[in-house]
Ligand binder design. Structure first.
Ligand code: GDP
Ligand code: MG
Length: 306
């Protein structure tokens, strides 16, 4: 299935909500203030956020498309505006030409999709690259086993500590191995379940600090994985993690499981942080590079693509 169809299918719940309700608001055939209010309500209910919604409504008013408009013109106009907001967050994570060792530290709350996304990303890295995967979720044997299964299946090398070993010391061991054995990628999985957020963040700070010291001259990325079904609650998570850990990129998973996919737009508006990938299903190939234009056209059910 091509990328466009993946977005279209994966975002069906969100698009069914947004585009059907906008078209329903336009039933009167005119863009009067009552219709604009209804569109505003649809956008807010889709978790697009107040700021983006007001921006979009103001743009519709300014554009004075009132007299000569039809449904598809309005949807196209909205989609172009949304693409404009999202484009700055598009950024590749994996470039085939890269030479020196790259380190990805995956962070995020429990169940957000870190371990599965690591598996899906390993699959996207060219198979002539040497990959080391480090299990720094040392609290649960099941977490280590889940990661090991992905690594074995995709022929990446696997690094683990003993159960309950300090995750930062496991990360350190993995860094030293990655350097001395000339790996191209070191991918670090971390735990998301701790007694509270402060403890979780503190532990991640420690891991990151150890990695930064060991990998002084290498490209280190801190990748925040967010569960897309959380809608606008994702914003608080980005704030919490970014404040202490300087998030360099995001992956938003499970967009196939929610009508609140519009929250991705409010995140893009609020943060300059790139959105590298979106999760659009449970299968291995359902993690796709984020594309602003395809995303916005998909949620508005616009058939033509640039
Ligand atoms: P972790 O605790 O952050 O490591 O989360 P996991 O990687 O273990 O994922 C938790 C659950 O979310 C698993 O059942 C995954 O299959 C599921 N999951 C992850 N990404 C997606 C996605 O994009 N779509 C769907 N539908 N499920 C996903
Ligand atoms: Mg995990």
């Amino acid at each position: 299935m091509d990328v466009i169809n993946k977005f279209k299918n994966g975002l069906k719940k969100t698009s069914a909500f947004i585009s059907k309700n906008i078209i329903f608001s336009l039933k009167s055939g005119s863009l009067d203030s009552e219709t604009l209010n209804e569109i505003e309500t649809v956008l807010i209910s889709a978790d697009i956020g107040l700021e983006v919604t007001q921006h979009l409504i103001a743009k519709i008013k300014n554009k004075k498309i009132k007299n000569d408009f039809d449904n598809s013109k309005l949807l196209n106009f909205l989609s172009e505006e949304i693409t404009g907001i999202l484009s700055k967050n598009e950024k590749k994570l994996i470039e085939d030409s890269e030479k020196s060792l790259k380190v990805f530290i995956f962070i995020g709350v429990n169940g957000s999709g870190k371990t599965t996304s690591i598996g899906k990303i390993i699959k996207k890295i060219h198979n002539n690259k040497k990959i080391l995967v480090a299990a720094c979720d040392t609290f649960r044997a099941a977490a280590t086993n889940q990661l090991k299964e992905w690594s074995d299946q995709l022929k990446a090398d696997f690094f683990q500590g003993s159960i309950n070993q300090d995750p930062a010391s496991v990360a350190y061991g993995a860094c030293e191995k990655a350097k001395s054995e000339n790996y191209d990628y070191l991918i670090i999985d971390t735990a998301g379940r701790l007694t509270n957020n402060t403890n979780l963040v503190n532990q991640l700070i420690k891991i990151k600090s150890v990695v930064s010291k060991s990998m002084l001259n290498f490209d280190i990325r801190t990748l925040l994985v967010l569960d897309g079904t959380n809608g606008s609650n994702m914003i608080r998570q980005v704030e919490t993690f970014n404040k202490s850990l300087e998030v360099s990129g995001m992956i938003i998973t499970k967009l196939d499981g929610t009508a609140k996919g519009g929250a991705l737009i409010s995140i893009a508006k609020k943060f300059e942080i790139p959105i590298h990938f979106v999760g659009l299903g449970e299968k291995e190939d359902d993690l796709v590079e984020f594309n602003a234009d395809i995303f916005s056209r998909s949620i508005l059910e616009i058939e033509s693509y640039k």
